[in-house]
Design a protein around this ligand. Structure first.
Ligand SMILES: NC(=O)c1ccc[n+]([C@@H]2O[C@H](COP(=O)([O-])OP(=O)(O)OC[C@H]3O[C@@H](n4cnc5c(N)ncnc54)[C@H](O)[C@@H]3O)[C@@H](O)[C@H]2O)c1
Ligand SMILES: [Zn+2]
Length: 366
């Protein structure tokens, strides 16, 4: 579907205007010329993390310099535990050091942590400077770089501080996935499976019927990008339907929080989807076979499907997970708002689930 020489472009319509997602290979060398198509100032900070910087930052800087941009590189420490104010502050300092004025811009190069943190810094610096997203994880390509949500975690809860900051351009270079550890590739698959369940039953079938080695990853990624694009276009500010993208996330965010963010986001989402599915089965909303199908797809990708493992195995884990769910910002009044599957391509939003049912589903899937 995506050949060596061809890019695929998706256009996303947003309240702040349209922007393209460019998906293909060899794109890091062409970031400069792609950025040239936009009316952007010459000064740019390449905001990345300490893992991605030595891999790709110089390549991106060269591509920008070749188009007469003036790039500066700034790196936050890698890892979800650094998706915080200190990293935002570090990026803002680098914007000032690079003399970025309102004509300058920010290029976020990295996974979802960099995209969210650097994007948030770009959204508040001088009341907002343009942002280009260059995702380098499967998860960031499939999900976090699209749709304009940026933000950081707070000690009391995940993603509690944030903004909407639509990118001007998203450049997803499949070649960057070659250096991605297999665990991170699996984490991206968790969000791609999620996209299938929310809005593309053929995508779910496609993943289910191919082994990880045989799956046409670029094709699956493109389908997931379309699911996300279509939802954020219809509901850019999460007034309604966009909440569907949080399938598995109300539970998942609680697992992340309760492990001090040691648990990868994709793992937490995979585990959260299994709990959501069990809850839906218990409520007669969906056929029990869906839970088995979901587990086997996730396990084929080495994603964990029992939420207590690896690091929430103590007896106190369940009460602390339930309490963390109460701090999840997606809650409405007191009961958490949950996304529950009915079938692949068919999910519902409800804030109507009694706490005992939630506790039961968690107990049954630990
Ligand atoms: N804004 C949104 O709409 C949205 C949606 C989904 C997820 N998210 C957020 O995204 C974050 C998770 O993103 P993630 O899974 O990309 O994690 P991440 O950014 O922490 O990346 C995972 C690890 O891979 C490294 N890495 C990145 N690219 C690499 C490459 N090409 N080669 C080798 N190593 C590489 C990173 O340095 C990091 O250590 C979470 O904070 C989650 O909340 C946001
Ligand atoms: Zn997610």
């Amino acid at each position: 579907m995506i050949s060596q020489h061809e890019d695929t472009r998706l256009i996303v319509r947003s309240p702040e205007g349209e922007y393209p997602i460019v998906l293909g290979r060899g794109l890091l060398d062409r970031v400069g010329s792609l950025a040239r198509e936009l009316a952007l100032g010459e000064r740019v900070v390449i905001a990345t993390d300490t893992t991605v910087q030595p891999l790709y930052a110089e390549q991106v800087a060269r591509s920008l310099a070749a188009e007469s941009f003036v790039p500066h590189i700034a790196a936050m420490r890698a890892g979800e535990e650094h998706k915080n104010w200190a990293s935002v502050q570090g990026f803002v300092d680098s914007f000032i050091d690079a003399q970025l004025d309102r004509g300058g811009w920010v290029l976020a190069l990295g996974g979802g942590v960099v995209g969210d943190t650097a994007g948030f810094a770009a959204s508040i610096y001088m009341r907002g400077v343009p942002l280009v997203q260059v995702p380098t994880t499967l998860l960031a390509m499939a999900d976090s770089s699209i749709g304009g949500k940026v933000g950081i975690d707070h000690a009391r809860g995940k993603n509690l501080l944030g903004a909407f900051k639509q990118p001007r351009l998203v450049v997803a270079d499949l070649d960057t996935l070659h250096t991605l550890p297999s665990r991170e590739l699996a984490c991206g698959m968790a969000e791609i499976v999620k996209a299938g369940i929310i809005g593309d039953p053929d995508l779910f079938d496609m993943i289910e019927s191919a082994s990880p080695e045989d799956l046409e990853l670029a094709g699956a990624l493109l389908r997931a990008m379309r699911v996300k694009r279509d939802i954020v276009e219809r509901d850019p500010h999460e007034a309604g339907e966009r909440a569907l993208l949080n399938l598995g996330h109300t539970f998942g965010h609680a697992f992340e929080h309760c492990t001090g963010y040691a648990r990868p986001h994709g793992y937490a989402v995979a585990q959260g989807m299994v709990v959501a599915c069990r809850l839906a089965v218990n409520l007669d909303l969906c056929d029990p076979s869906l839970e088995a199908r979901l587990r086997s797809v996730l396990e084929a990708w080495n994603l964990p499907t029992h939420w207590a493992e690896p690091d929430l195995t103590s007896p106190e884990a369940l009460p602390s997970v339930l309490s963390a769910m109460q701090t999840d910002k997606k809650r409405l009044n007191t009961r958490p708002r949950l996304i529950l599957p009915r079938a692949p391509g068919n999910v519902i939003i409800t804030a109507d689930i009694p706490p005992e049912s939630i506790a039961n589903a968690l107990e049954q899937t630990r």
